[in-house]
Write a protein that binds this ligand. Structure first.
Ligand code: ATP
Ligand code: MG
Ligand code: FE
Length: 341
């Protein structure tokens, strides 16, 4: 079976072709227009998706060397995400499925982030295939809009056992970067500066929520006051200490994530631990998770960089699992901006 998948939940227009579980193409058009506004502008995102989607889908088919008539199904992101952005992908997928008379598959974006771990993308087997996590495993999904601890019992059986009560950790990265005058999205830039800085140079208060839930709004405010007070005393404080500030912010955010992950592993007794979502590209998180895993005797699963941030390959993977269960939807399906896992 050959499947086309479309992702359009936020500011990446992406299309991917998968054949029998193997990803053949994964084309991503990142919308740069939002940079000048310091964050994603929903209306501009929808328009950019409309401009890019035809070219992105065509390129995904061309790279995969697949024609539309060979497709067995079309998968698309139904939610969560921005309504206008989701509508573009959903409408395109519906029209294509209707025109080709093939099944339509809805995918939950957060489920897809987790299923990125099952992507196999070397059809020729020349390179050893990556180990996939066995069920059940724990997944810490950390992205621009979500921070979730997920117990994964099967490809389509996931349970959120903890989540943020306010901001997502990706948002905390991006907002901290904005306060430091770094362009959007600032997460990768904090990561870059943090590599040259001292993580213990500055201390920020960590909010500990009961149980397995997270809170990142307090630290954002703490950073804001910290920068305001230091800049008053020394107007070039940020420029003078950028690497140390980034390293310290990153250290604190990672500590808050790993504290909960450790607690979740203790409570569930699960020792296979994965990370997913845009923030799982963070080099500090990857390193400290690996160290913690060594110490705790866990096996860790870290996605390839290409599959951390938004991409349609993960939507294709989720679509593939659903295809096997004939889990299709009708033409009356509409996007769900707040779709739950
Ligand atoms: P969601 O998946 O919750 O709907 P999203 O799709 O916008 O949100 P992703 O594309 O998965 O989120 O991730 C984007 C986020 O990842 C941004 O907040 C970005 O700053 C962050 N990010 C990407 N790379 C890094 C990195 N190296 N270090 C820290 N954060 C990073
Ligand atoms: Mg994005
Ligand atoms: Fe995402």
């Amino acid at each position: 079976m050959t499947l086309l998948a479309i992702e359009s939940s936020c500011d990446e227009t992406s299309a991917s072709v998968l054949t029998d579980g193997q990803v053949l193409s994964n084309i991503i058009a990142t919308q740069l227009i939002h940079q000048q506004y310091g964050g994603v502008v929903p209306e501009l995102a929808s328009r950019a998706h409309q401009q890019h989607i035809v070219r992105v889908v065509e390129e995904a088919l061309t790279v995969a060397n697949v024609t539309k008539s060979e497709l067995s199904a079309v998968a698309f992101t139904r939610g969560p995400g921005l309504l206008g952005a989701l509508l573009v992908g959903a409408s395109f997928a519906k029209a294509l499925a209707l025109g080709l008379n093939i099944p339509l598959i809805e995918v939950n974006h957060m489920q897809a982030h987790v299923l990125a771990h099952f992507i196999q993308d070397n059809p020729n087997q020349a390179v050893p295939q990556k180990a996939v996590p066995p069920f059940p495993f724990l997944c810490l999904t950390v992205s621009g809009g979500h921070t979730q601890l997920v117990r994964v019992d099967g490809p389509l059986a996931m349970h959120v056992i903890g989540q943020t009560q306010d901001d997502a950790v990706g948002e905390a990265f991006d907002k901290s970067a904005k306060l430091l005058g770094l362009p959007y999205p600032g997460g990768p830039l904090i990561d870059k500066h943090a590599r040259q800085g001292n993580p213990l140079a500055f201390r920020f208060p960590m909010t500990d929520m009961p149980g397995l839930d997270f809170s990142f709004s307090g630290i954002k405010t703490a950073i804001m006051y910290f920068l305001r007070d230091h800049t008053r005393q020394n107007p070039t404080f940020v420029a003078d200490h950028l690497d140390d500030i980034c390293a310290s912010i990153q250290h604190t955010l990672i500590q808050m994530l790993l504290t909960k992950l450790e607690r979740a592993a203790q409570e569930t007794g699960i020792r296979h631990v994965a990370i997913a979502g845009g923030v799982s590209a963070n080099s500090g998180l990857r390193q400290r998770l690996t160290e913690l895993a060594d110490q705790q005797g866990w096996t860790v699963y870290i996605p390839d960089f290409a599959y951390c941030t938004d991409n349609a390959a993960m939507i294709a993977m989720a679509g593939y699992f659903k295809y096997q269960h004939h889990d299709f939807v009708g033409q009356d399906v509409s996007p769900l901006p707040r779709m739950e896992l």
